[in-house]
Design a protein around this ligand. Structure first.
Ligand code: GUN
Length: 290
């Protein structure tokens, strides 16, 4: 039997329509969620991501501004811009696109972003909140994966979820969010011996390593849900995920396409976090009644 290809476009467009409606109802109260995206340097892939994020904001009726800084921007200059944005009431979310040039510390930069405007959920306080299960913004890619599983009605509780990859952006928070949904979670990484013995036990397999077509059919249990977070540029110029899509198609129960599923869902979660940040900020500073 052939796997069902998860229809990312349909999931994303219905989710974004809900967000847009909420943005419209906030507009009636005089509030427009605002996102500031900062990019340092000229990395072509990052420039595309940033453009897509700003475009998605505009389509949802949100305000967005993109700050394009030259490669030789100093860390002090970047921190100064972040502090300005922290104090700007028009801006509810701040995102600094990574990777940053080597002379700038990503850790230092993330710590400068106001916790309540950290829509990427990279600030140590937000990471801590996710870890202890506190109601707080969720990291965009892992939150998007959970939403995809929910939209296709895949039960998570009690299932064995295997995450391949242990990055701070995806692998680690992905494991935490699956745990919050009551899955039994295993994390595999570059030092895991006989990885296929573990991945073959997965009811839900999430690949987030950044290695094109690493996951083949011998890694996949028949009927498993395979979520591909990877996005890799092949020598041919084409994009490929971490999953060998054609190879797993006959074995998996469900599989996500790359591009067109986890990527746009990540941006959708960014919109959701920006909207929620705007709502929290409005609650913190209620309009003065006459
Ligand atoms: N670079 C690759 N993915 C991301 C992301 O989700 N957020 C930011 N800020 N940078 C990225």
């Amino acid at each position: 039997m052939s796997a069902q290809i998860i229809n990312g476009k349909e999931i994303v467009s219905s989710y974004r329509a809900e967000i847009k409606e909420e943005v419209q109802s906030l507009a009636a109260q005089g509030i427009q969620p605002g996102l500031a995206v900062i990019i340092v340097g000229e990395d072509p892939a990052s420039l595309v991501y940033v453009r897509n994020k700003a475009k998605a904001c505009e389509e949802a009726g949100m305000y967005s501004e993109v700050h394009r800084l030259p490669e030789n921007t100093t860390e002090a200059e970047l921190l100064r811009l972040i502090r300005q944005l922290n104090g700007n009431p028009r801006i509810h979310g701040i995102l600094v696109q990574s990777p940053l040039p080597k002379h700038i510390s990503e850790e230092r930069v993330v710590e400068e972003i106001a916790v309540e405007k950290d829509v990427d959920c990279f600030h140590p306080v937000n990471v801590g909140n996710v870890t202890i299960g506190k109601d707080a913004p969720l990291p965009c890619t892992p939150a998007g994966v959970i939403q995809i599983l929910k939209k296709i009605n895949v039960p998570i509780a009690g299932k064995h979820a295997v995450v391949v990859g242990r990055s701070n952006i995806v692998g680690k928070p992905m494991a935490l969010l699956l745990l919050r949904e009551h899955a039994t979670v295993t994390v595999c990484h570059s030092r895991t011996p006989n990885m296929e013995e573990i991945t073959r036990q997965a009811d839900i397999l999430v690949a987030a390593v950044g290695k094109a077509k690493l996951i083949k059919k011998h890694h996949v249990k028949p009927g498993a849900v395979v979520i591909d977070v990877g996005i890799n540029r092949l020598e041919t110029g084409k994009l490929a995920g971490d999953v060998d899509f054609d190879d797993v198609l006959e074995t998996a129960g469900y599989v996500t396409p790359v591009p067109g599923c986890v990527g746009p869902m990540t941006i959708t979660m960014l919109l959701r976090n920006t909207l929620e940040a705007a709502k929290r900020s409005a609650q913190a500073q209620p309009a003065v009644k006459a």
